[in-house]
Design a protein around this ligand. Sequence first.
Ligand code: SF4
Length: 378
Amino acid sequence: MDLLSTLVDKGLRREAPTRDEALAVLRTPDEDVLDVVAAAGRVRRAFFGRRVKLNYLVNLKSGLCPEDCSYCSQRLGSGAGILKYSWLKADEAAEAAAAGVAGGAKRVCLVASGRGPTDRDVDRVSETIAAIKDRHGDVEVCACLGLLSDGQAERLKSAGADAYNHNLNTSEATYADICTTHGYEDRVQTVQQAQAAGMSACSGLIAGMGESDEDLVDVVFALRALDPDSVPVNFLIPFEGTPLAGEWDLTPRRCLKILAMTRFVCPDVEVRLAGGREIHLRTLQPLALHLANSVFLGDYLTSEGQAGKADLEMIADAGFEVEEAGTTTLPPHRADGPAAADPPAGEPVREAGTAGTARTDLVAVRRRGAGTELPPNA
Ligand code: SF4
């Protein structure tokens, strides 16, 4: 049986591919990328049909972080010209969230910069969750507040948080290269704390930070082992003023292969097309919907995405449908529970096209929505 048939069969059985099979997906020649998309798309459709879940980000606190994550525009010493503000009030955050819900978002992601919340911060977020749930009883709320201390996950769960996000971002072996102020194991622990408290775990990665194929496979297999319900796949947004400003190594085909590999390794999990999709997938964005069953609507935390209206049109044009409130995202076996050919030897296949060419014109710092007087993009 050929590699893609093997991967589809394993995916449909929820069986992990081997590491070599996952590496081979990343190393597929560009001319075969549509075959990879079609194969991984079969797995996506088997578990999620043609539904696309929309998620909406609200940045509760922007910039001024003491941590030094090198990919982040909010890091210590960042020279990126982003919006900086302290905590939004509960009503302000609920107002921002309402724009996303009106655009079709089923989940609102409440994010705050910083190493982790104080107990007072957990109080603030609890008030915000209540304000959002008052207005939209059926919206899912995910909190993303950094590393959690003892008892905080339980408090967030009691306050009504449905989910908690904390990304692994990259492989354990390279984590120290992207951050020195906290470690990979801290991140794993926070995801596990969220799961133990009964929240749905969301944890993903950032591709395009100079990592190897092996690193990507490592982090996706680590995510499978951690068993989150959702896996956001981010593509680095190389902000001017951050250490990774010069990293423009992704091509649209490479992004599709990364998403396909993630789908094969995490076949029945909500794979979310996340930050950086517009600037790296560009005109190939619609193909990514065959792999991911979830996207962020509109803008990101500190940068602008494409218009929410364009997201909705893209989903419809590609033959997908926005997942409605009341629909269970995960397949029943997950929702009900707790949460062939050898790879080519030698060097990875190098991408033709625009890899390595800086496209700073594509990165727009967010100037609208939460923390501003301007209406949000949803
Ligand atoms: S802890 Fe979060 S906000 Fe702070 S630098 Fe890292 S990713 Fe950015």
